[in-house]
Ligand binder design. Structure first.
Ligand code: NAD
Ligand code: MG
Length: 396
């Protein structure tokens, strides 16, 4: 790929968005930042505009868009500022965009991801919730639109890097995949004491620096549950082909067990710039800026099974995949509501799992086999309402 790649970064003010700009800044001859989007952190967005001079930016909220518009005008920048959900989809599908980095957190990222997929973009997917909610519909949009879907989640990038490039031969070669998990900050904590942990303790991840929502998901291991569902769709595997093992050092990012028993693994320091650089440059490789792995400084690589008493939510991935279509979308919505309530100190840490369970019990997805994006958005909304009721029920 020699032409300049024109890039839109959805969620540029977040952790993955910022790391993407770090990699891009190392290669000004390869990438042009055409569009950026943010939700709340207007100051960060304005600073990014100063540095990368995108053609346009998008914010969901009109008032925040107005703030950014006047700040950019004051800086003499000609960046257009748009607002609203449709503007996000328009940017993801725009003719002057080659690649879309999907780094919004949560199901809010699904509509622009679908737009990028339908428009046949190179779609760099960090936003795992979009695939967990979108499932088969998302994968069909990728196929029908002729898009190239490149996983950015470190585990899925690892699997992708271990697989041959011809995806049609994957099924015949893979026995199973093993997703590694760090175990998060509570890997060794007594399960009986987990109800008392605070948001500050839950977001203090031992190995990775990430946004708040995914950090809480790592502490409950719901992040791994979402990743199991993500892997099912990305690599077209049956759920029982997907295994999870705790690997506290976060050096092996995941593994493929081949039909013949050979195991392929991808290793590196825990730094999102590596999978991001791979997605940006695939099938080539470029400097990522991540620190190199020093084998002689490694004490050991160890592995242990996840304890279901400590991480009861992990099993929900396989349960939801075995349940009627749409159940994974219900689980995702419940978890988003529950994590937000935990971060707001409205519920305890172990209540996240209770809300997820109660929401799954309360709601039947009732999706038809030819469901649409609107059906999924409707299901997401109904699931959030059911999760809110479950929250209220906990307090009662
Ligand atoms: P973050 O919270 O740091 O950033 C989220 C971004 O999304 C921000 O730019 C925010 O402005 C935007 N956003 C939030 N809500 C929005 C909404 N309703 N509408 C539009 N934009 C909205 O999150 P992050 O850690 O960068 O994670 C982003 C995604 O990448 C998540 O899906 C996460 O699971 C995935 N991911 C992150 C990491 C990591 O290391 N941070 C690793 C693997 C996967
Ligand atoms: Mg991951």
């Amino acid at each position: 790929m020699t032409a300049v790649q024109r890039l839109a970064i959805l969620g540029s003010t977040g952790s993955v968005g910022g790391s993407t700009l770090d990699v891009v800044a190392r290669h000004p001859e390869r990438f042009e930042v055409v569009g950026l989007t943010a939700y709340q952190r207007t100051d960060v967005l304005i600073d990014q505009c100063r540095r990368f001079k995108p053609r346009r930016v998008v914010l969901p909220d009109a008032a925040r868009a107005a703030t950014v518009r006047s700040a950019l005008a004051g800086l003499g920048l000609r960046t257009e500022v748009h607002s609203g959900a449709q503007a996000l989809c328009d940017l993801a599908a725009a003719d002057d965009v080659d690649s879309v980095m999907a780094a919004i957190v949560g199901a809010a990222g699904l509509p622009p991801c679908m737009a990028a997929a339908r428009a046949g973009k190179r779609l760099l997917l960090a936003n795992k919730e979009a695939l967990v909610v979108g499932g088969a519909l998302f994968m069909r949009a990728v196929q029908d639109g002729g898009a190239t879907l490149l996983p950015i989640d470190s585990e899925h990038s690892a699997i992708f890097q271990c697989l041959p490039e011809d995806s049609r031969s994957w099924g015949a070669r893979i026995d199973r995949i093993v997703l590694t998990a760090s175990g998060g900050p509570f890997r060794q904590r007594e399960p009986d004491t987990l109800h008392g942990v605070t948001p500050e303790q839950a977001v203090a991840h031992p190995n990775w620096v990430m946004g708040r929502k995914i950090s809480v998901d790592s502490a409950t291991m719901m992040n791994k549950a979402l990743e199991v569902i993500e892997a099912r769709w990305l690599f077209n595997l049956t759920p029982d082909q997907i295994k999870v093992v705790i690997h506290p050092q976060s050096i092996i990012h995941s593994m493929v067990v081949c039909r013949d028993g050979s195991v392929l693994a991808q290793l590196g320091t825990p730094d999102m710039k590596v999978p991001i650089a791979y997605g940006l440059s695939f099938p080539e490789r470029i400097e990522s800026g991540a620190p190199r792995l020093d084998f002689l400084a490694l004490q050991a690589l160890s592995f242990e099974p996840p304890d279901p008493r400590r991480f009861p939510g992990l099993q929900l991935a396989w349960d939801a995949l075995a349940a009627p279509a749409g159940t994974t979308a219900v689980l995702n919505a419940a978890n988003e509501v529950a994590v937000a309530a935990f971060l707001d100190r409205r519920i305890g840490f172990m209540d996240i799992h209770r809300v997820n369970l109660r929401t799954l019990e309360a709601l039947e997805p009732r999706l038809s086999s030819d469901h649409t994006l609107d059906d999924l958005i409707d299901l997401d909304q109904r699931s959030r309402a059911a999760a809110q009721r479950a929250l209220t029920g906990l307090a009662a």
